[in-house]
Design a protein around this ligand. Sequence first.
Ligand code: ZN
Length: 429
Amino acid sequence: MTALPDMIHNLITKDEQSLAARIFDDIAKMSPDSAGVSRPAYSAKETEVLCYLEDLGISEGLSVTYDAGQNAVFSLPEDAAAEKFVLVGSHVDSVPMGGNYDGLAGVAAGLICLIRARRSGQSFARPVKVIAMRGEESAWFGPCYIASKALMGSLGKAEWGSLHKDDGRTLQAHMDTIGVDMERVCKGIPLLEADRVLEYIELHIEQGPLLIGKNMSMAIISGIRGNFRHKKIRCIGEAGHSGAVPRAYRKDPVLAMADLLTRLDESWLTILQKGGDMVMTSGIVATDPEKNAMTRIPDEVSFSLDIRSQDAGVLENMRVLLREEIDQVARERRVRFELASENATAPALMDTRVVKGLTGAMERLGLEPFVMASGGGHDAAVFANAGVPTAMVFVRNQNGSHNPDEAMEIDDFLVATSVIYEHLTDLPL
Ligand SMILES: [Zn+2]
């Protein structure tokens, strides 16, 4: 834990440290698995977590309701009927055997802002509502950001028609059982009109190592990377004896794949050197172990490709470059590439005014403003792409996310929560 500016120390109270720790501990105990926690999307377990938060909200004098998506919505009593409001929140579901903080931290941050205002008798500059959303993780049904897409009217048929990984029932059936207004969801009618949301703010644990490396508690997010992906690219060459076939006669798909990836890597470096944003990964690379051996030139290799950027232009350039490099490598190395269909998500830019509001809040609290890109996707992308002015706050976290070893310090969490609180109580620019 780094030394915090004095002003922040004044904002972190023992009461809030124990309140935050209690919320995280109680909910972890409600959702244990053989490792970490499991809170399936649109499950009774998820409902149980929302009921726990509802009880907490009521005991603190907050107004608690459920929206048409069966997400829990909290506010100060005087803001319950507000037509327009700033929305703060995240999701309560987790991946199987996941960590306790991914999603839940954003909900807890919003609640602590409300509780701080209620206990101190302060009011917000504009009405504030806090939302504890249901399913966000793709691990249960396939689609991600389910609750936020349902709210914004963008949950498609392929998504609500997808099947649960264990019981094979559709997402539609699961959502219907919970009481979500599926008639509107299936027609693409928003459950929440985007123009009622003045701003959407989501706190989330960082899923990468940047803040640990920089020794900073938190950061403001400038944008969420979009991506294009090929789950499987086949490179087809010709099998041969590893000792008998001279180089000139080879059609080696592994070297062709390596050549292609190296070319893409060089372009990646150039983009970074020009100040652009990009990451690239081939997480799956395989030759068939049944028919291949150390002494055989394989006839085929398959690999995955995941390219992400905050910048739609970079993604488009890489998409074109991929095709050009594939053609060239195929020609030079006498192999053939076959690409499985592409999946793509558009990048989501955060709203510059809201980002400025939050960096201003950091400065007023004596913190050095730091702005970075989000590599992972979040509900915030759905709100941003629906036209809601959106921003995110990341909290330092060890060991990544989607695993039981997520490690967020409560004090870092409260620093980030205080920045959101400072922004909510400040008059908008
Ligand atoms: Zn999350």
